[in-house]
Every structure is written in C-alpha cells, then in structure tokens.
Design a protein. Structure first.
Length: 275
C-alpha cells in the first residue's frame, strides 16, 4: 500500500526583539519547556506570531508539558490567522490525520491552501494528496498533478516521485514518458522510491525499449540510498543474468542488502541462492 508523506514542521526557534519570545527561547534551549511556555503565552497574547506557533508545537508534542491537542490547535490557528504558513501547515496535518481533533478534510484543505499560497511546498504536496484521494468530495487528478509538480519544482523529491507514480499507475492520466521524467528528477535528488520506480520503467519496458543494463544502473542508484526493493531487483538481475553475466555471488550480495534494509523477500532469496 502506498504511504503518503505528511510533513510536520519542527519547533520554530525564531529570534525577535519581543522579550518574552526571546526569554522563552532561552529556556527552551535549556530544556525548561514549562518556563518557556509561560513566556511564549505572554508573547502570543501580545501578538507575537512565532510564540503562538512554538506553543502549538509544544502542546502537540507534549514536549516538557502535558500533550494537549486542543491547545495545540488553538495556538496554531492564532499563528495561521496572523499569517504563519508553518502553523497553517501543522494544523492542516492535524485535521487531515484526525490527530487529537475530529478528522476534517475540508478544514485541512483550507489550511493547506493558505500555507501553499504562502510558499510551503509541503502544504502544496499534502493538498495534492487530498485531491488525488478524493478527500474533498471527488478525485481531482488535474489539481493534484499541478500541486505535485509545483512541490517537485520547489525541490520536494517525494512530490516528483509520487507524480511519476500517478502518471505510471493511474489509467485516467497514464503517461509513461512523464512518469519517467518525474521519476528521474526524484532519483537524481537521491529519493529511493524514485530510483526503484525508474528502474522498473526500464526493466519492464514501460513506454521505452526494455533495457536491463539501464535498469541495473538505476537500481544500483536506488540500492545505494537503501532502497530495499532496488537491491532485491539487482539480485534478480544477477541471478538470472539479465544484461550481465549470471553471478550468484553478486545476486546473494544484493539480496542480503535488501534483507538488511528490511525486506523479508530479500532474506528469503538469500537462502534460495544458498540452496
């Protein structure tokens, strides 16, 4: 099953001339989060957006304070309404996943849209997920693809890879040439799944001439960034002698890597080579 990436922002250590914000940051650096929260509450009440955001992160994580999603939502909303894109992203994630709040895709869409318009590529990506999955009423591939491409062009490799998968596997918009293009972008950025999927484009000849040698090179790139499936496929290529001389020792080596990276099939194939 495909796993979608939902991105959470980290605690914002934001410098400001606001004394209460700065004092809170000083206590946070020392790990004294209760004291930090007291100063941030003062700063937030005075309209310091960064303090409201930090409080949201604090209560969402339960970092030194009792975890409280209601307060996290409250502070994120305050910061988001004041123009903090990170807060809009984070509250969108809470509503998207139903984490500590009632799951509400429409609210997630609203908050993601605000963050995306403010330049948060993770929010654009997450908004694309909502549209691809039809969470806002109906599947909208056109909107999803535009948002994935926007995030991809901003350097978000998972968006490149998932856009490639959409073109690869979705009949309504299937286009192997575009799938190859976006898988290549993801793989060049070192994204493991992008390399694995690009390798399969060449291995199975999807929209291109079947090319085991090129597939092997791409799977090698994927295996080097710990793609267990890429390592497995390399093992298969050497075990079958596809585009290379058959080599059981190399096959076993790649199966072993696949196993080490968590793929049970790799472990099973190690034993098959031994037999």
């Amino acid at each position: 099953m495909k796993k979608w990436l939902i991105v959470l922002g980290l605690i914002g250590v934001v410098y400001s001339y606001a004394d209460d914000l700065s004092k809170g940051i000083e206590y946070a650096r020392k790990g004294e989060m209760v004291q930090a929260s007291k100063f941030w509450e003062k700063a937030c009440s005075s309209g310091t957006i960064a303090a409201c955001f930090n409080l949201g992160v604090l209560y969402e994580r339960g970092d030194g304070v009792k975890q409280h999603y209601g307060l996290a939502t409250k502070y994120y909303a305050s910061a988001c309404n004041a123009g903090d894109a990170n807060a809009c992203l984070n509250i969108g994630v809470l509503y998207h996943n139903g984490t500590g709040v009632t799951q509400d895709y429409e609210l997630a869409e609203i908050y993601y849209t605000r963050a995306c318009k403010s330049g948060k590529e993770a929010a654009c990506y997450n908004l694309g997920v909502l549209y691809q999955q039809g969470r806002t009423g109906r599947v909208m591939y056109d909107k999803a693809m535009a948002l994935y491409e926007q995030a991809c062009n901003a350097g978000m490799s998972v968006a490149c890879s998932d856009l490639g998968t959409l073109y690869d596997e979705t009949k309504e918009v299937q286009d192997y040439a575009k799938a190859k293009l976006f898988y290549t972008k993801a793989c060049n950025a070192g994204y493991a799944s992008g390399c694995y999927n690009l390798g399969n484009i060449h291995y199975f000849g999807k929209g291109v001439k079947q090319d085991f040698m090129m597939a092997r090179k791409v799977f090698e790139a994927g295996c080097s960034v710990k793609s267990a499936s890429s390592c497995l496929n390399l093992g298969v290529i050497y075990a079958k002698g596809q585009g290379v001389a058959k080599n059981n020792a190399e096959a076993k080596r790649f199966f072993q890597k696949s196993c080490e990276y968590g793929l049970q099939k790799g472990c099973d194939y190690v034993h098959k080579v031994d037999k």
